[in-house]
Design a protein around this ligand. Structure first.
Ligand code: SF4
Ligand code: SF4
Length: 253
């Protein structure tokens, strides 16, 4: 019999927290484990939880959770309930959402979720850019560790809207951007923030800060990407997400 338990993710899925990755702490490099404030002593695993698509937003709206951070508050509540139902005897600590910095994209890359799109948002072949990291949990659980997701394109696949045949894509590279010759995201950016082949945060920020900016509550490049477009956030969810980043821009730039 396996020493590991299957991950009980169905209850999280129902709340829109539908992306999960389990890491044994012993398998993580020292710079990840060692950077966690308070250390990892007494814990065995790190659980990365994310959302893909619109289900989380719909669950948050239905729950009636409001306030400044309804998604974080709903996520914290859901994880606490989930742990008490599924793992009542397990010790755990929620690291994120929380005050300490966590290398979310690094964990996302280890999980096989993260590949950098030209506009520096994570992308994968199933969800496109329409996913995000919602929680990181330390726990003394015995869940089966997750293999990294590998969406390396097969010879039959093509990126929607691309004129390039996937056969030209190097095997083993699971970023959809590799197969996307036309790169409509680049042309859609009104600030030409990717025109030089490297993302210019300065150009993006300057465009977003303008009064009446077309990117105040969205990213036109992101919306133009055809990958995972079935999972694209609704206007309200986009506005919520981008209003938070716009506020950060106004405070720090
Ligand atoms: S449009 Fe193409 S290059 Fe741009 S993010 Fe989407 S897949 Fe990547
Ligand atoms: S937010 Fe607007 S300006 Fe910034 S990268 Fe996206 S499309 Fe370009």
């Amino acid at each position: 019999m396996s020493e590991f338990q299957p991950f009980p993710g169905a209850a999280l899925d129902r709340c829109g927290l539908n992306r999960h990755a389990v890491f044994d702490l012993a398998d993580l490099s020292d710079d990840i484990g060692g950077s966690i404030a308070g250390g990892t002593k007494g814990y065995r695993q790190l659980i990365l939880i994310g959302h893909g698509g619109r289900a989380l937003w719909e669950a948050v709206r239905k729950s009636g959770v409001g306030g400044a951070d309804p998604i974080d508050d709903f996520t914290l509540r859901t994880i606490r309930e989930w742990m008490s139902e599924c793992q009542p005897d397990s010790r755990y600590a929620i690291l994120y959402p929380g005050p300490q910095p966590i290398a979310l994209q690094r964990l996302g890359a280890l999980a096989g979720w993260h590949h950098a799109a030209p506009f520096m948002v994570g992308i994968d072949g199933e969800w496109g850019t329409w996913y995000a990291y919602r929680a990181v949990v330390l726990a003394d659980t015995h869940f089966a560790p997750s293999p990294a997701v590998d969406r390396a394109p097969s010879a039959r696949d093509t990126v929607p809207g691309s004129t390039r045949n996937i056969k030209e894509v190097p095997l083993g590279d699971s970023s959809p951007c590799v197969a996307c010759q036309d790169k409509p995201c680049v042309a859609a950016c009104p600030a030409s923030a990717m025109a030089g082949g490297v993302f210019s945060l300065q150009k993006c920020v300057a465009w977003r800060k303008q009064d009446g900016s077309t990117c105040a509550l969205t990213c036109l490049a992101r919306v133009a990407c055809p990958v995972g477009s079935d999972h694209r956030y609704c206007t309200e969810q986009l506005a919520h997400t981008y209003s938070i980043s716009l506020q950060t821009i106004r405070e720090h730039y």
